[in-house]
Design a binder for this molecule. Sequence first.
Ligand code: GLN
Length: 187
Amino acid sequence: MKIGVLDIQGSVEEHFDVLSALGSVEPVLVKRAEDFEGLEGLIIPGGESTTVSKIIDEFGLRDSIVALAKSGGKVFGTCAGAILLARETGDSRVEGLGLIDISVDRNAYGHQTESFETEVEMRLGDRTVKVDAVFIRAPKITQIGDGCDVLATHDGDPVLALKGNILVSTFHPEMTSDKSLYEWFFS
Ligand code: GLN
């Protein structure tokens, strides 16, 4: 299975390495519309959603991402990637792709606690998996549409959500060693 990693900003290499380690996935770096050829999925890494949103449009990638998702491709957005996939980003500088019915509040944990690590329990199919989750100037999911499944929470807030073939996490699974989320989603 060929899975792209959007190569604009953030922990691109880390996601690429996790995908490589799975064995079942052929990761590719994606920067231009042509790179979407043959993809069955895409990861949108964290970074600065204002910048990534701008570059997605400058590089003309918006339609390719939406087309991939609409054709059933698995799309996983982490942190800023989750913001970009949202229906409502709460920031006029970030045009959401609207691929998952969530609203987000950027940098909702504030600057005092910009980064923290905590254990979360993920519901992956019929398994539950506890992982250390790294939050870096993370958004909060403030509203979640009917068809979305919350797969993990932190202090009552959804931090991992799924709707069909679209997955979002407000934390960074590429920064810890557990690969079960990738294994489960890209299987
Ligand atoms: N604070 C960033 C934003 O709002 C997200 C941070 C991240 O992706 N680690 O875009």
